[in-house]
Design a protein around this ligand. Structure first.
Ligand code: FES
Length: 105
């Protein structure tokens, strides 16, 4: 099962691509060359370079960050209540059509 994900870039461009169910959305962003999602730590929750904003209509489906992710998000510029570290969001059927907003670097 693949899940459709759209990344909205700061310049207004959108990139839509597939993520495999179970794949995290930092890995999916790298697979689709989404600028601004770096994933420096490889998904081990120690860099915050995979920071994205979840579109408001998807907030509930994505859920809230766990405590450690929440603490790491403090390292991200431009953090707000829609912020998540995309390596901690796993693609699943429930997220098919998900829209993520890439922060301005
Ligand atoms: S890739 Fe480093 S915290 Fe997500």
């Amino acid at each position: 099962m693949t899940v459709k994900v759209t990344w909205k870039l700061p310049d207004g461009t959108e990139i839509t691509g597939a993520a495999e169910a179970g794949q995290n959305l930092m890995q999916a962003a790298l697979a689709h060359d989404v600028p601004g999602v770096i994933g420096e730590c490889g998904g081990t929750l120690s860099c915050a370079t995979c920071h994205v904003h979840v579109a408001p209509e998807w907030a509930e489906a994505c859920g809230a960050p766990e405590d450690f992710e929440d603490a790491m998000l403090d390292m991200a510029d431009d953090r707000d209540e829609t912020s998540r570290l995309s390596c901690q969001i796993e693609a699943s059927d429930a997220l098919d059509g998900l829209v993520l907003i890439v922060p301005d670097a």
